[in-house]
Design a protein. Sequence first.
Length: 206
Amino acid sequence: MIDTKEKILLTALRLFARDGYEAVSVSTIAGELGMSKCALYKHYKNKRDIFDSIVERMYRIDAERSAQYDVPADTYDADAEAYKSVAWDSIRSFTTAQFVFWTEDDFARSFRRMLTLEQYRNPEMAELYHSCIVDGPVDYMRSIFGEMTASGVLTDVDPELLALEFYSPMFLLIGASDIKQDRKKHLDMLNRHMEQFISCYGRKKN
């Protein structure tokens, strides 16, 4: 059984994903839970405090998954050394796990939908959307592919273009999963894409 603080967090995120962050008030969240605003304030200072807790959890989950699949958790600038020994199998497993997370986990799906709604109304949300779902993943893969290219694991191709080619199908398939609930098919397509990618750009060992 989840505690009251957790119920508040999950309810707020569900409402943010449905109606948008700006449209949902503390009163709305409290009313949905059948509690008073005063009772809610015992757990969170305000709506922004709830939002910050949601974002913090997303970053924590991402860091935990990175550690689980042996890929860098920090940015390249913060920990360049971690990018020098990433294996292709780790990238493939991590990418699959990320796709499943963004398309099947209720918390992640609601977070993504909230940002998708708010990116057109709120500059901060737009920046977060791009950091988590668009530019951030591309930049992350660019750093990994840059090191793999330098070490001879991948062919000598522009790492930024490699990252864009690698991530774009995943971005497209995540969006497609919202309309067509056929995640098994989408996951199969993603895995086929990754196999073709490494077949095209991986250097053959002598």
